[in-house]
Design a protein around this ligand. Structure first.
Ligand SMILES: *Cc1c(COP(=O)(O)O)cnc(C)c1O
Length: 750
């Protein structure tokens, strides 16, 4: 039978109409191309460039305009095009090869986990997170936390770690950012139609979509479950937008960080309690649960509920549950920790705890802190876990200071919170040209295991090849940025002619791209604008800056920083070399980390718990110019005495070392001034002269530092190393404890 396909042009409305009849897109493909369906629905393409290249070959414009969404691409591309491709032998062969590669990947038994720890024997870790940043078309993340979660899943998949993940499907995702002509951030939302995304409904036994129910104040609410395949790792996303819900409950999972405190509490109930029930419903009973940030801490309560046996108190079950719970805290910034007023909490969970026969007064002590009368989710997560960690060495120490209050009897250094330093998933972030050098010099190990042992072979990368790859990647980024600028100018109804000439592919390119939280101090460079202008005016040693980042819609001070930068970027004399790009997301991040020469990071120490964008840039040969905070504090400490420096640490003397937790405003102006001065010294005396020392593009001295940075940092600051650490420091010990808890043995024999 001849398959029915959508003719082009097709309106999205018409496409929706067709799809309304089903729960996921029915992509009709010619037989020779049928494997594209499987390739589209496994997000491994997000880190497998041969598969991405296939999608691009189908229709490069559509691939780009759908934000790299293969389900929409295949639904919207015309049947003529697909028929033509089905007759193109080379293309068909490439599809078959990609399919074979994916099957080998999914079924392969030669994984790090199996090699090191044997068959999983039913052992399973469930990773809970409120956001997952896997690919740009699935906008269910806001920033670093989500990207880290996404990278965690990708590495767990590559390493063969038995892991499943739980999150929320936000029907409108995170906000979209536009900057108006005055530099004001404008936020808007667009709905994400699950049927047009590479996700599928998880079916129940009868084939109908699964629905889980959970307590919600005076009634029950429901969520359906979407399944996302991230390589070998299934990610289950809960979605309350179902007809079985009361109208207001349908909106619980509408937006990420988009509502008030009550809305946040509602989402956390879905994530924690609904999430554990969802796992049960799909037949996955994890030995260990990993709470990535306090948002999911109710998951531990629900597990305790599931373990309560006749007459047992919630408290005793909870103590047992803690054996199998791993908790990662991600920030010292107060706004990053959820606190809920007690009456609000009782409104939603009073009945739930009553059913568990846990006296309310006793339950709320689990979220008690000495500094806030409200219920603290971080405190709950700490108390209901047995292995806890911060995300860099420094952040581990800061976290012990912050949470010593939970163990008043202990010395600070004995507080049981350790650290596992964050990483990035290298195959996702490394650009094609640098990747080719790694393939040649390090071998396929560079992405299979990213192991430090193999990584040291990066010392053999020839400097001239490295310099060339750097220039190619920078040039490609410049071209992309010009397209972004043209699109922005067009949307604002402004002149676009200058954008084709914006940026210089040969200039030293300094990038600052991250969320505009105030502690990240995006405007530190503006402390002495005259020095900034002087750098920008130097025609002999050209320097250019690119800024990007979103401020949360309620973060008024953060938006003021954007405005200051965006207005400077509009000055006619600088607009071609000082740029603010709107809509920072993982796609833009990829372009920027791959093209930057210098990655600038100026947080107020010690508020940057880790930071990961600098690791992505370093793996692409950028040099970090950073305050010694988060990951950089530890990278610098380890490697700053080597003959070839790995970058620069912005140190303004003793002030930079104070672990001041009195709040970000304590002594703020002085510290900003001192750090800004130190930053300018480095830029003027070291960074700019060194870059322009050669005669043609990237000079030899610069390339030596690039190579030193790659060699020293790449093998450690990646998520393969990080996930291996989680397995060995956290998951396996937690699983072992959990298994030896006497009551669990009884439970599993029963
Ligand atoms: C990597 C990444 C981040 C995290 O960057 P930080 O260095 O932690 O500030 C945030 N947003 C996006 C889109 C990213 O890719």
């Amino acid at each position: 039978m001849r398959p029915v396909r959508l003719a082009r042009p097709v309106s999205l409305a018409a496409l929706f109409e067709r799809l309304m009849m089903t729960d996921s897109a029915v992509i009709q493909l010619p037989g020779a191309l049928s494997a594209l369906q499987m390739l589209a629905y496994n997000l491994r393409w997000s880190w497998h460039s041969p598969t991405r290249n296939l999608f691009q070959r189908i229709d490069a414009d559509l691939w780009r305009s759908t934000r790299h969404n293969p389900v929409r691409l295949l639904g919207e591309v015309g049947s003529d095009r697909l028929d033509a491709l089905a007759r193109d032998e080379a293309f068909v062969a490439a599809v078959r090869a990609a399919e074979a590669d994916l099957r080998t990947y999914l079924e392969g038994e030669e994984t790090w986990y199996r090699h090191r720890h044997g068959p999983s024997d039913g052992r399973l870790v469930a990773y809970f997170s409120a956001e997952f940043g896997i690919t740009e078309c699935l906008r269910i993340f806001s920033g670093g936390l989500g990207v880290l979660s996404g990278d965690h899943l990708k590495s767990a998949s590559d390493l063969g770690v038995p892991l499943v993940a739980v999150g929320l499907f936000y029907s409108e995702g995170y906000f979209l950012q536009h900057i108006d002509g005055q530099g004001n951030q404008r936020d808007s939302y667009a709905s994400l139609d699950p049927r047009l995304l590479p996700i599928r409904p998880e079916p129940g036994q009868d084939g109908a979509p699964l629905l889980v129910s959970f307590p919600f104040g005076d009634h029950e609410a429901h969520a359906r479950i979407w399944r996302v395949d991230v390589g070998r790792v299934p990610l289950y996303l809960l979605d309350t937008n179902v007809p079985e819900n009361q109208p207001e409950d349908r909106r619980i999972t509408d937006r990420l960080y988009g509502g008030d405190n009550e809305h946040r509490l509602q989402q956390e109930i879905v994530l924690g309690i609904g999430g554990v029930r969802a796992l049960r419903a799909v037949g996955r009973e994890p030995d260990v649960i990993h709470l990535n940030e306090g948002h999911a801490a109710f998951a531990a309560c629900e597990r305790a509920g599931g373990m309560i046996r006749d007459g047992e108190a919630f408290r005793d079950a909870a103590a047992r549950v803690a054996d199998g719970v791993v908790f990662t805290t991600h920030t010292p910034v107060a706004a990053g920790h959820d606190y809920f007023p007690l009456d609000l909490l009782e409104k939603y969970l009073g009945g739930y705890m009553w059913e568990m026969r846990e006296p309310w007064e006793r339950f709320i002590t689990l979220g008690r802190t000495t500094h806030d009368p409200r219920f603290c989710m971080t405190a709950l997560a700490i108390r209901l876990s047995s292995i806890r960690n911060g995300v860099s060495r420094l952040h581990g120490a800061v976290s012990r200071t912050m949470w010593q209050q939970i163990w008043p009897e202990l010395q600070e250094q004995d507080v049981p919170i350790r650290h596992i330093t964050n990483g990035v998933h290298l195959p996702t972030w490394v650009g094609d040209d640098i990747a080719r050098l790694y393939e040649d010099r390090i071998g396929s190990h560079w992405q299979d295991d990213c192991d430090e042992l193999h990584w040291h072979r990066a010392a053999h990368i020839p400097l001239n090849e490295l310099a060339r790859a750097r220039t190619v990647q920078r040039t490609r980024m410049v071209e992309r940025v010009r397209q972004y600028l043209a699109a922005e100018a067009q949307r604002r109804g402004e002149d676009t002619s200058w954008t084709a000439e914006a940026l210089d592919p040969e200039a030293l390119t300094i990038v600052f791209a991250r969320r505009f939280a105030t502690y990240k101090r995006a405007t530190l460079l503006f402390h002495q604008t005259e020095r900034l202008e002087k750098l920008l005016r130097d025609e002999r040693r050209p320097v250019q800056f690119i800024f990007a980042g979103k401020a949360h819609p309620k973060d008024v001070p953060g938006q003021a920083l954007i405005k200051e930068i965006a207005q400077f970027a509009r000055r006619p004399e600088f607009r071609d070399r000082f740029i603010f790009l709107e809509g920072y997301d993982v796609e833009l991040a990829r372009h920027l980390v791959q093209g930057a020469d210098v990655w600038l990071n100026v947080p107020l120490r010690p508020y940057e718990a880790s930071g990961t964008s600098g690791m992505k840039a370093a793996a692409n040969g950028a040099l970090n110019l950073s305050i010694p905070d988060g990951w950089w504090a530890e990278a610098w400490e380890e490697h700053n005495r080597l003959p070839e420096p790995i970058g620069w640490s912005i140190e303004a003397g003793a002030q930079a070392d104070s672990l001041d937790l009195d709040g970000p405003e304590a002594g703020r102006l002085e510290r900003d001034r001192a750090d800004a001065a130190a930053l300018y010294e480095l830029l003027e005396n070291e960074v700019v002269p060194l870059f322009h020392r050669g005669t043609d593009g990237v000079g030899r001295e610069w390339a030596k530092r690039m190579r030193a940075a790659i060699r020293q940092l790449g093998g450690y600051f990646n998520t393969h190393r990080m996930v291996r650490d989680y397995v060995e420091i956290a998951y396996l010990p937690a699983a072992a404890r959990n298994a030896t808890a006497p009551s669990n043995q009884v439970a599993s024999q029963a």
